[in-house]
Ligand binder design. Structure first.
Ligand code: FAD
Length: 378
């Protein structure tokens, strides 16, 4: 039997970030991860750019997402992440067909409104560009009607960034274990620790559930509902080959049918992704999913037709009923905390959510208010 200040359940980007921040603050911390197939962090495309997001009109979400995106460069520096897992490469938003022009116009007005209200996207780093200029920036692009270039668009390799966080956490004393947490022990309304499937028991003063789409399994132990559902996302990785790449880096490309392309310096382009509500815990790659993704990839960028297929990935996004993350303490159980429900934007929010939840767990003033994201709102 061992005793910890905190146990974090789940080592995706959210759990890894929380565990890193706890360990850095001097808390004796254990991170237990089951490495499920379908771990969202490993499949995520990695777009980090809230200003073009249309997923929610919640001002609280937008404010949190902007702070989260701004936190990335500082955190990457702090953990010595020098492998290029995070970079600002710009984002190109295009209307491919005339039917997409109204959506393009809507995005343009939303961006202007957000720029006035929040200063983002920064007007001096945002410009409508000609279709020819768009193709210079992204050579496989086909004919487009309209295009906007946002210079501040950024991308992250979630898998590599989460690994770097765990490694930096280890240097600060974090213990990382592969394991399956089966129960949170609660006695008299107070957390005592966790049990794992192999019969191990870890005493702890606090437990943070950061199990992504699997977090709902802990509702019974905590006497609450953690209403997250898995939403499957399939994404394919192409290799355009070194010879075809320009010397600079291509921006992220997005159009208006909920799909996008994220280029990487090694010649990969990740094209995704499906959004399959009701998929259950079934991380399978389907022919239908690949068809959907590849059809849209070629519609946006016909120049990718000869690219080599490298791999396809699949992840289960943890989705909450109102689309907002679930962050903070479990009011009825002292020492219990939750960080999940990040849905399609967990790579953007994850590191900052982890930081803020770690602060709340430690009882220090959090960098952001979590009042709108509590589990008790359901
Ligand atoms: C195809 C796709 C594209 C995406 N694109 C983007 C994007 O461009 N930008 C963006 O911001 N976000 C994106 N996302 C969303 C983002 O990936 C997720 O929101 C985020 O990764 C969720 O992180 P998480 O740590 O909560 O969950 P996960 O990464 O799923 O990690 C949860 C971990 O908890 C572990 N676990 C669960 N239960 C237990 C237990 N009982 N014991 C031990 N371990 C347990 C699991 O094994 C898993 O390792 C995308 C997602 C997908 C699938």
């Amino acid at each position: 039997m061992t005793g910890y200040d905190a146990v974090v359940v789940g080592g995706g980007l959210v759990g890894s970030a929380a565990a890193y921040h706890l360990a850095r603050a001097g808390e004796e911390t254990l991170l237990v991860d089951r490495y499920d197939d379908g771990r969202a962090t490993d499949a995520g495309a990695g777009i980090v750019f809230p200003p073009t997001s249309s997923r929610t009109e919640s001002p609280e979400w937008f404010a949190l997402a902007l702070e989260a995106a701004d936190y990335y460069p500082e955190l990457a520096e702090a953990i010595g992440e020098r492998g290029g897992a995070y970079a600002r490469t710009g984002l190109l938003s295009v209307a491919v067909d005339p039917e997409e022009v109204p959506d393009f116009e809507r995005e343009r007005s939303r961006s202007r409104r957000r720029a006035e209200e929040y200063g983002r996207p920064r007007p001096d780093r945002t410009a409508e560009v000609s279709p020819e200029r768009a193709r210079e920036l992204y050579p496989p692009l086909g004919d487009v009607e309209r295009a906007i270039h946002y210079e501040d668009g950024a991308r992250v390799d979630g898998r590599a960034f989460a690994r770097a966080l765990r490694e930096a956490g280890r240097e600060a004393g974090l213990t990382v274990e592969r394991g399956d947490v089966t129960d949170v022990r609660v006695v008299g309304g107070v957390v005592r620790g966790v049990d794992t499937v192999d019969g191990a028991s870890h005493d702890a003063e606090a437990v943070l559930i950061a199990g992504g789409a699997w977090s709902s399994a802990f509702g019974a132990a905590l006497g609450i509902e953690v209403p997250v559902e898995p939403q499957r996302g399939q994404i394919l990785h192409l290799d355009v080959g070194e010879a075809d790449r320009p010397s600079g880096e291509w921006p992220i490309l997005k159009a208006f049918r909920h799909q996008y392309q994220v280029p990487w310096p090694d010649g990969r382009v990740a094209c995704g992704a499906t959004r399959e509500a009701g998929s259950g815990f079934d991380p399978r790659i389907t022919l239908d999913g690949l068809r959907e993704v590849s059809t849209e990839a070629l519609r946006m960028a016909p120049g990718l037709a000869g690219a080599r297929h490298v791999e396809s990935r699949v992840g289960l996004r943890p989705v909450s009923p109102d689309g907002l993350p679930i962050l903070g303490p479990v009011p009825s159980v002292e020492g219990a905390f939750v960080a999940t429900g990040h849905g399609p934007t967990g790579l953007t929010l994850g590191p900052y959510s982890g930081k803020v939840v770690a602060q709340v767990l430690r009882g220090v003033e959090p960098a952001a208010s979590l009042a709108s994201f509590g589990v008790d709102r359901f």
